[in-house]
Structure formats: C-alpha cells, structure tokens
Design a protein around this ligand. Structure first.
Ligand code: URA
Length: 437
C-alpha cells in the first residue's frame, strides 16, 4: 500500500477501508510509517471527517492495539460512564459506588487531568493509600466482591490512542468528532464494559463550547458506540460554571463524600443521579429513567452508597476513615477570600479560566511532568444568576503559602463577570441522546 496515496484520498474527502486503516495505524505503531505522515492524515481527517463506518472501524483497530479486558465471567451487567472533561467534575467518585450498590459492575479505567480539566486519578491520589495500579487478577476479584473499581491506564492499554492523542495534541487536531469518538470509545470498549453513559460537557469549561458541536459529538458517540455493540447513551451537561462547589483534588473528594451522605451541591447530586439512571436503564436494571432515579435516591439517602464507597476505597488500599474524618485527605494551610467589588448579579463565568486558576495553585498540571498538590484548590461559592453584595466572598482560595495566588486571583477577576442585568440560573442537563426507541 502507498501511504501518500492513502493520505491524498482522505485529503480529497474519500474513505479508507479497514485494511487501509489497519495498515496505517499498525504501521505507525510498528515504526514503518512516519509521524509526519500520520500527522498529515490526522489533519486530512480533521477537515474531511469520516463516515460512521470508517470511524467505527478506526475505533475497533485502536481498541485492539493492546490489552483488552474481558469480564464475561464476572456475574452481573457491566456498565460504565465517561465524561469529556470539565472543571469540578467529581461525578465518577460518587457514581462508581452508587451503581455498584444498585447491582451493576463498573470497571472504570480513568486518566489524569491535563490543561484546565481535572482527572479522576489525581482526585483519588488525595486518598491516603489508594492504589490505582491493580493487576488484572486483583481487579477481577474486586469487581466480583465489591462491584466497582477505578484504575489507571497501563502502557499496554490502547497504545494506539496514547500515540495518536499525543500527536493530535501537538498538531491542532484534537477537536475532530471522529477522532474524539475513536479515542474515547476504543478505551471504553477495551475496558470490558457492555454499556456506556457518556457525559458530554458543553460550555466555556468544555472541549465543545457550543451546544451545536456538543450535540453533534454526543450523537456520533451514541451512533458509533452502538455500532460497536456497546449500548450507549449521552447526556449534554452544563459546563458554563464549575460542577458543584469545589475545584481541586482533596476538596472534590470531600464534596463527593457529602453527596454520598445524602447532601452536597444539588447540581453534583443531580447530574450524578441522571448518569447513573442512564446506566441502570442501559444495563437492564431499571425499566425507565424515573424508576431508576427513585432507586438511586434511596441508595444515597439510606447510606448504602456510602457503605459501598467505603468498601471500594478500602479494597483498593485507601484509608476508609476519610468518610468520617475528612482531615485525613489533607488541607491547604492558607485561605484567601476572593470578594465581590460591587453589588450586582453573576452574569457568566469563564469556566476554563477557573480551572486554570486552580492549576496555578498546584491543583493540576499544564504539562504531564508537573507535580500536583492534592490539598489546594477553590470553593466557588456562587453560581451564574446569583445576586451578590459588595465585599461578599465569591471564591475561597485554598493555597500553600501564597504559591500561585497572584495568578489565581488575576484569572478569577477575569473569569467571574458581574453586572446589573438579571440572569437565569443555568440548567444542569441540556439534552439527552439515546439509541433507545
Ligand atoms: N477524551 C479522550 O479520551 N479523547 C479525546 O480525543 C478527547 C477527550
């Protein structure tokens, strides 16, 4: 096969067959096809797109590029959730034990945060003793006993995505719907789940800022996931303000425990329940969204989801006493209040910038080699549409001796816009895409 000819065909809007895609991806991983050729191919895909069949084929090839998990011998329906990434998104920490308490097996393979958005593994690093690198045998035993596990990606897990994602990051080809679908779905299919609820974030803190683009991504994810044999649905959720109150790793674990105790911010609780309800319906554990939500509310309010959380954390080596003693998660030594300059109404928030402001304190990394400080972060005490008074604390900054504080305050001043117009509060769920009739 002739690589330049294949790139030219894609550049002109043609399609590539399974054999041709396999030749390109496997050749790239084996070293026979050069990085600059794959870069050109990615740019051609970026501009010309892919047919749904082509994207599904690419996903399958990527999925089979390394180890895959098979949980068919573990009793119970396997279901998972994936978020396209946002600020303050701690849903996985609540969702995994909540669905496990409802009888679902949730094998979740998570990543670290990069750029403005957080990562579940960084949040779990705030839990003393937590181990994300379970062997396959340990993972299977935990899924059988507890029903959920959150682990990290090993080097042999979907290596094609690891290589292609790094290349997309430096060739300005990340925001391509077929490439995003192939990247996400290859990893989810390789993790051994049978169904998938997608949380497609939409707004200033999301990959997809416009609702139109987020809807298109959600529709493609559902179509390609379904084509791969993965029962898939998607919710479009709000990212024009951070999810919940906290942004930062230990702070987000604390908020998650509050929700598991039956409290916590209503948007964090509400979005988690909606995504879990999708999973219950996809997995055949509930006849519809409303009965599923009723079950989930009972599991949260009775403390059964919290018991499952404790069981899961302990099974992965974490200190279960964090549930009753949140100081074990560590806290930053210093607090500074970011206050309102005038009376008014919160008009809008640049959520991406709020994520970057938290990273300036050390809560996240801007490059993969940066260290993360689990204790620092933000409590965002207001929402879009709230009336505020001069001098009111809008954001509580948890920092370590002023590290990054000036940059953080500068970014917050720019990110939180106040004015005199009244503004409606933001809806947490914007749209639902389902392959169900
Ligand atoms: N998340 C992924 O895993 N891959 C993408 O391409 C985008 C978001």
């Amino acid at each position: 096969m002739n690589t330049p000819e294949l790139i030219r065909r894609k550049r002109e809007g043609g399609t590539l067959s399974e054999e041709e895609l396999r030749f390109l991806i496997e050749g790239y991983l084996a070293g026979g096809i050069e990085e600059y050729q794959i870069s050109a191919l990615l740019m051609a895909v970026f501009f010309q797109g892919m047919t749904p069949d082509e994207a599904a084929t690419l996903t399958r090839i990527m999925m089979n590029s390394g180890r895959t998990y098979d949980w068919s011998t573990v009793p119970g329906p396997k279901s998972d959730k994936h978020s396209t990434g946002g600020v303050g998104d701690k849903v996985s920490l609540i969702l995994a034990p909540l669905v496990a308490a409802a009888g679902i097996v949730n094998p979740m393979v998570s990543g670290r945060g990069l750029g403005h958005s957080g990562g579940t593994l960084d949040k779990l690093d705030a839990v003393p003793g937590y181990r994300w690198n379970l062997s396959e045998k340990e993972l299977k035993a935990q899924l059988e006993k507890v029903g959920c596990a959150i682990i990290g990606q090993t080097n042999d897990f979907v290596p094609a995505d690891k290589r292609l994602y790094a290349l997309r990051d430096v060739t300005a080809t990340v925001e391509s719907i077929p490439l995003i679908c192939a990247s996400i779905l290859s990893k989810k299919a390789a993790s051994g789940t049978e169904s998938l609820a997608m949380d497609v974030k939409c707004g200033s803190g999301a990959f997809m800022e416009s609702e139109e683009k987020a809807r298109a991504l959600a529709e493609q994810l559902v179509a390609i996931g379904t084509q791969l044999g993965l029962k898939t649905s998607a919710l479009l959720t709000q990212m024009n303000q951070p999810l919940g109150i906290t942004v930062g790793n230990a702070l987000e674990v604390r908020e998650s425990i509050d929700v598991l105790k039956g409290g916590g911010p209503s948007d964090t609780r509400g979005i988690t329940i909606e995504l879990c309800a999708e999973m219950l319906v996809l997995a055949g554990r509930a006849p519809g969204i409303d009965p599923a939500k009723k079950t989930l509310v009972e599991l949260l309010d009775s403390g059964r989801a919290l018991e499952k959380f404790t069981e899961w954390i302990e099974a992965q080596g974490g200190d279960p006493h964090i549930v009753d003693n949140s100081s074990l998660l560590g806290s930053a030594p210093d607090r500074t209040s970011f206050v309102a300059k005038d009376n008014g109404v919160i008009q809008c928030m640049n959520t991406r910038q709020i994520g970057v402001a938290a990273n300036m304190l050390g809560a996240g990394r801007m490059k993969t080699t940066d260290d993360v400080d689990p204790a620092v972060g933000l409590e965002v005490l207001v929402n879009v549409g709230d009336e505020i008074e001069k001098g009111q604390e809008l954001v509580r900054i948890h920092h370590r001796g002023g590290k990054g504080l000036n940059d953080c305050e500068r970014l917050l001043a720019d990110a939180v816009e106040t004015g005199e117009d009244s503004v409606r509060s933001l809806q947490p769920i914007l749209h639902r895409v389902s392959a169900r009739a």
